[in-house]
Design a protein around this ligand. Structure first.
Ligand SMILES: *[C@@H]1O[C@H](CO)[C@@H](O)[C@H](O)[C@H]1NC(C)=O
Ligand SMILES: *[C@@H]1O[C@H](CO)[C@@H](O)[C@H](O)[C@H]1NC(C)=O
Length: 255
């Protein structure tokens, strides 16, 4: 696992162009916070460029999802026009819950999401520290739900490492296929092809929050895990296998 270190440090200290030396005691954590991020307008419902949809539940925070055309239609959101948040809190709560039921996640803030998502895109493995990508399909028959999830990681640790990631990563042909579906039923077929799990009732699936409060609670557990990932000493120890939390006891299912 030691072979990962030079790579990791090159991501942290090379690509992200921190202005300080890799001395972990000298305030690296703060430096990570100062990184420039693409901003998020708290009035926006949907970013046409990124495909991100945001709902603003009355409990605070945001519910964030990335949806295809079929999912947007399912949510009764425009597929072709930009939109802003509603001035009616009940409407925001209603949409937030429907988004959770399509696999979206609650986040305490945009910043927390963006900061860690960027590091994932830069190739830092997060494994169980970051919410999985949860893909949901509702058959038009109204019976049951298909759920297929994978890790948000773009990269995992070295192959010679004995540790197994807690989830598979996105299949290579995933985006190319799921992007082409025209109906929810076609989406379900593709999900099935990728080995999705069928649940009689959406309530049976632990990956989907049944209430806004449950979504918030799940998000807060991830907030704790992500806080750990802001401590570079912890990240080093975790990546090198020294930190407890690589084992099954830390996995999401056991919370
Ligand atoms: C869908 O949205 C339109 C306009 O945004 C609205 O008039 C309609 O009532 C909505 N339908 C449902 C089922 O929510
Ligand atoms: C969204 O709000 C902005 C102002 O913040 C406004 O300029 C824009 O026209 C609004 N867009 C829609 C689709 O209502």
């Amino acid at each position: 696992m030691l072979s990962f270190f030079p790579l990791f440090f090159s991501f942290i200290f090379g690509r992200q162009q921190l202005q300080i030396q890799p001395d972990v005691s000298s305030g690296v954590n703060q430096a990570m916070y100062r990184e420039p991020y693409f901003s998020h307008d708290p009035n926006t419902r949907r970013e046409l460029q990124s495909g991100e949809v945001t709902a603003y539940p009355s409990s605070g925070g945001i519910v964030l999802g990335h949806f295809s055309a079929v999912e947007l239609a399912h949510l009764n959101l425009s597929r072709t026009k930009p939109a802003n948040r509603s001035s009616d809190p009940a409407e925001e709560d209603d949409l937030a819950l429907r988004m959770l039921r399509l696999g979206a996640h609650w986040w305490p803030s945009w910043g927390l999401y963006a900061r860690h998502k960027k590091r994932i895109i830069d190739g830092i493995p997060y494994d169980f520290h970051f919410p999985p990508v949860v893909n949901v399909g509702y058959p038009s028959s109204g019976k049951g739900v298909w759920v297929f999830k994978f890790s948000a990681d773009k990269r995992t640790w070295d192959e010679e490492d004995e540790r197994k990631p807690y989830l598979e990563r996105e299949p290579d042909d995933w985006a190319g296929r799921i992007r082409m579906v025209l109906t929810m039923d076609e989406r379900c077929e593709v999900l099935k092809d990728f080995g999705a799990t069928f649940y009689e009732k959406v309530e049976d699936c632990v990956d989907i929050a049944k209430t806004l409060q449950e979504g918030v609670d799940k998000g807060k557990r991830y907030e704790e895990l992500l806080k750990r990932m802001e401590d570079l000493k912890y990240v080093d120890r975790w990546l090198s296998g020294l930190e407890k939390g690589n084992d099954a006891s830390m996995k999401e299912e056991d919370w």
